[in-house]
Ligand binder design. Sequence first.
Ligand code: NAD
Length: 494
Amino acid sequence: MDNNISNEAKAFLSKSQYGQYIGGEWFPQVGEQTLAITNPATEELIAEVGIADKSQVDQAVSAAHEAFKNKWTALRPADREKLLLKFAHKLEEQADIIAEILTTENGKLLSHAKGEIIGAANTFRYYAGWATKIEGETLDLSLKQKPGKQNFAFIKREPVGVVAAIVPWNFPISIAAWKLAPLLAAGCTVVLKPSEVTPLSTLYMAQLFNEVGFPPGVVNIITGDGATGAALTTHPKVNKITFTGSTEVGKMIGKSAMEDLKEVSLELGGKSPGIIFEDADLKAAARGIALGIFRNGGQVCVAGSRVYIQRKIYDNMVADIAAEGVKLNISDGFDKSADLGPLVSKSHLSSVQSYIEQGINEGAELVSGGKRPSGKGYYLEPTIFSVPDNSKTIVSEEIFGPVLVAVPFDTMEEALQMANDSKYGLSSTVWTKDISKALTCVNALDAGWVFVNAPARSDPSMPVGGNKQSGIGRELGKAGVYNYTKMKSVNIVF
Ligand code: NAD
């Protein structure tokens, strides 16, 4: 364990047992099996975490159901707002400790981990305001054919009920906040399952809900693997599923949700393109593209993993982006001089490495990187390939690592055709000084997000989500909170 971390984080990481947080209390591990949590920078085992079995999943959903009926919806929206604001404040207060736990289990840079916690606090603050602003509609439907009869009609928005929230390992706290903050503002209760790879920071966060006074059962956090997730999402008392993770698992969850006709929103994988035109600010584009793929080791759903570069500037741009990658300092996330930490796990590292091998075997030109530095830790060099078109596997599959594939183009039509030639449609970037070119691309790109002259980054007020196989629905913004409501049409005839 890193000696520089706070006593509070050390104490939390040295626990012998991490139970399930249900109904405001901690329940110990029931079965023999546990999740082994590893520090990806040192490859050391840091904790063993419980796997909730079916009975604990049922206990958690029942607690959420009871809290939904009798506690959370009994509060005034303004009281929910107050609690969400208190929680935002608490997160900020504890940001250093949570960041240390997050860096230890995930490997990301400590400064990024801290930014993630502060960003989560901002998400809670943003949605605190929405608790009092959820509105319905009124309509004039007077019964004209029956003089004297009137029909007062209105549409009410009600919380959907108990939500099952499933979170991946790349941004455990941000993505949990994207789900928790809006659903709590809308009046729903929740059972949240963090990834089996990074549950510790979320477990630390769980106790803060108690501390700021959330009624027991409103937020429940259970740990486990895919089987725990499946027991949760298929539980009959769950009214809505919100899932962020791979397209493969998302499709399975979507299919099983349809069995019971549960509401479902899915935030899935991506293979997001960038397009650089020759008139762009080329220095900013090289830096932005490098940041967009190498930040967090490319383990970002919106990572710009394909870049289309106009032919005249292609060779120089590829060299400049490669130079941005080469100068990154690869080191432990606790090292203040680090620019790039390890990948999250051994199995994820070997999956990324196997794509690099496949690229080389398929004849893609390896421009830079591709190797592992010596020593402990799941580190991998920033890697750039150059290919003539979209035909190779490394251009079509999500790699989810620091691996960029560059492709040349001649015309805007060709660039757009190749950018949209993907089963995914999550994010995209366009680099040009010509506003009409930028707007043409904004309109033509089949993606949930388009950034012009900047790499992708989220803001609580802007909806995020994907087209095609990148998902169903949107999180954040107004859409994020209305997602957790259902409409009731009411007619009063008098
Ligand atoms: P994953 O799909 O393997 O796992 C995600 C979560 O689902 C984990 O908590 C896991 O335990 C759970 N799970 C696995 N099988 C399940 C099942 N059958 N039923 C219910 N839950 C189950 O994804 P990951 O490897 O943790 O994360 C990486 C993926 O997430 C990438 O594909 C990335 O693009 C995607 N992602 C998407 C977004 C977005 O906003 N679109 C954001 C972050 C990550």
